[in-house]
Ligand binder design. Sequence first.
Ligand code: HEM
Length: 202
Amino acid sequence: MSSRPHGGVERNVGYHNELDDTVSSSEVQAKLHAEITRTIGKQLFAIRDRSEIPYVEAVILETLRIGSNVPLAVTHFVNEDVSFRGFLIPNGTTIIANVTSVHHDPSVFPDPFAFRPERFLDDSGRILQASEQVIPFSMGQMSCIGESIARIELFLYVTRIVQNVEFKLPAGCKRTTLNGVFGITYRPEDYNVDIAKRNLKI
Ligand code: HEM
């Protein structure tokens, strides 16, 4: 299979979505901060600490799921006839993977439009297998080459930011929708936030 070229804008978009969901839910933010405070306080996180703070992982997973930053992945085309589940896909056919649809399948993710990080945690707070159904980087040989670095960056970025600052919607502002701006990437509409430094004496 061959790919059609695309730009590399999903990185900022992914991180923007991450902030977006954190801002929208003060409850999620408070839980994130509590978990970070309990495990490492104000020290710098290392990637090895990841398993210690599964709620952070769950928030990142849920953001990648609901945000589906690259909603239709990258288009590919088959460069020979392919037989797939009884269908013939002729040489030259364009293939579009609908990542958003996968992420909103109610049989896999009940109440799929609700932002609910707990769906990825078991009763003892560990990450569930369901996390493997989240495929923001697509799948297979042509999947995102930056997946590992993106996952590490997201973890370090979210923990460091939540450790140090708190996001609030300005007085009188209310985000009532998760609708965003659709393109090669999907991103939240612009809106204002207040950012307050946290008291770092933990
Ligand atoms: C949240 C962050 C990111 C998301 C959601 C994301 C998602 C994706 C998706 C869905 C694809 C298409 C895969 C396919 O064709 O099936 C892709 C391709 C690609 N991504 Fe990412 N990506 C992210 C971050 C990054 C980063 C940090 C880098 C580089 C350091 C990167 C580099 C690439 C490249 C080079 C391709 C094209 C691969 C190819 O066509 O051979 N991505 N990405």
